[in-house]
Design a binder for this molecule. Structure first.
Ligand code: GLA
Length: 395
């Protein structure tokens, strides 16, 4: 363990990173036994921490670098944001495949949830209202009349406590955030713990956990924007997507589900067999016109499962990079980057235009608290909310 720690610090120093120590005893950065964390060899060393920026109130934001099995991840303690994620193509060339910013100020001022953890409720709740056990609640409204991704200051806009680990073959971070009773209008103090793990096969696993002291609702997810050809490299319309779902939840013009579980058969929403995202994106279906593309919840055929099951495959034919997602959740929000409009510039110095990245958010259905026919998102005292999503990379 001690050897690992020295190794990664030495590696970071060799790469010119402003690495700070991880624990009080890590003093000897001179053990030049390897450079795995920084130079991208096999990985598996303990995560490396460095200063990323400072918030307006003086709070320091840190960035953690992790690597294992060929996958490299950089994570901010602000919002649990995945700033970069590098995986190899079929020739072994790494590229960053997620949208993000270089500067903490951009994340604070204008991020459309790039890479962030979303809570307490992924996606929209109509008019920000719901009733639980006969009591009505009004949530923070931040998307027209609706509440989106937890409200004005969701989990994406808080600094999380981070605990790194490297045990045996896995490397990762435990992220903790406690949302107090009434925050953004939600009942109950919610203690959330999210674990990011890189396995020795280079998979990125997310384990979410939460407990509450009053009945509440919860629906956590991750808002990574993917472009498997490389961040900032242009459109994702040629990516091939497969979603194991025969139904989706159509929405009204405010993107709130109507409650219907509509069949995908014979519509542009049919991704049961892999097809390029661009193939039907201009099909003129009323659901696409009002969403400016795809921005819908797919009802996964497998439903809620005890264990994560493979439900989504995304593939960039040029690089061969392939992402497979397994989840225990019942829904998937596929968002085709419709609101990216050329006004944001990412980590690679390129502006993001419409469809330059896409999101695949594993979760419960949007607006579930207002639809009795949707799986429940209620969490009660004594229960533990637990869900897992696994991202596997191939080329
Ligand atoms: C989600 C929503 C979209 C949009 C993005 C962020 O995916 O469904 O409508 O709000 O987040 O821009």
């Amino acid at each position: 363990m001690e050897l690992n720690r020295r190794t990664v610090i030495a590696g970071a120093a060799a790469a010119g990173l402003a690495a700070t120590t991880l624990g009080s005893t890590a003093t000897s950065a001179a053990a030049a036994t390897g450079t795995q964390a920084a130079n991208g060899s096999s990985g598996g060393g303990k995560p490396v921490k460095e200063l990323f920026g400072t918030l307006a109130d003086g709070t320091k934001v840190y960035r953690w670098s992790l690597e294992n099995g060929g996958t490299r991840l950089k994570v901010l303690n602000y919002g649990g944001i995945v700033q970069t994620l590098e995986v190899p193509d079929r020739r072994g060339h790494h590229a960053n495949v997620v949208a993000g910013f270089d500067d903490i100020a951009d994340y604070v001022a204008k991020s459309p949830y790039f890479g962030a953890l979303i809570g307490r409720y992924g996606n929209r709740i109509g008019k920000g209202r719901f009733t639980l056990d006969g009591k009505s609640y009004q949530l923070s409204v931040n998307d027209g009349v609706n509440s989106l991704h937890g409200g004005k200051q969701g989990f994406d806009k808080h600094v999380w406590d981070v605990e790194p680990f490297a045990d045996g073959s896995e490397v990762g971070l435990h992220l903790h955030y406690t949302s107090v009773d009434g925050e953004m209008g939600y009942p109950g103090t919610l203690k959330a713990k999210v674990t990011y793990t890189l396995t020795r096969h280079g998979e990125w696993r997310i384990d979410y956990e939460a407990t509450t002291d009053k009945a509440t609702i919860v629906n956590l997810t991750s808002h990574v924007y993917w472009n498997l050809a490389g961040e900032g490299s242009g459109t994702i319309e040629d990516h091939e997507l497969r979603i194991a779902a025969s139904r989706y939840t159509p929405t009204d013009s405010g993107l709130i589900p109507t409650g219907e579980l509509a069949k995908v058969a014979g519509t542009p929403f049919d991704f049961r067999h892999a097809k390029p995202i661009g193939r039907d994106i201009r099909a003129g279906h009323v659901q696409q016109v009002q969403a400016k593309g795809y921005d819908h919840n797919w009802v996964l055929d497998k439903g809620i499962t005890q264990r994560p099951e493979h439900v989504v495959t995304l593939r960039d034919p040029r690089s061969g990079r392939t992402l497979k997602i397994a989840t225990d959740q019942p829904g998937l929000q596929f968002y085709s980057g419709n609101f990216l409009d050329g006004t944001l510039t990412g980590t690679g110095g390129h502006t993001y235009r419409q469809g330059d990245a896409l999101c695949l958010e594993t979760q419960h259905f949007p607006d579930s608290p207002n639809h009795a026919n949707f799986p429940s998102t209620v969490l009660r005292p004594g229960q533990t909310y637990r869900t897992t999503t696994i991202h596997t990379f191939e080329a």
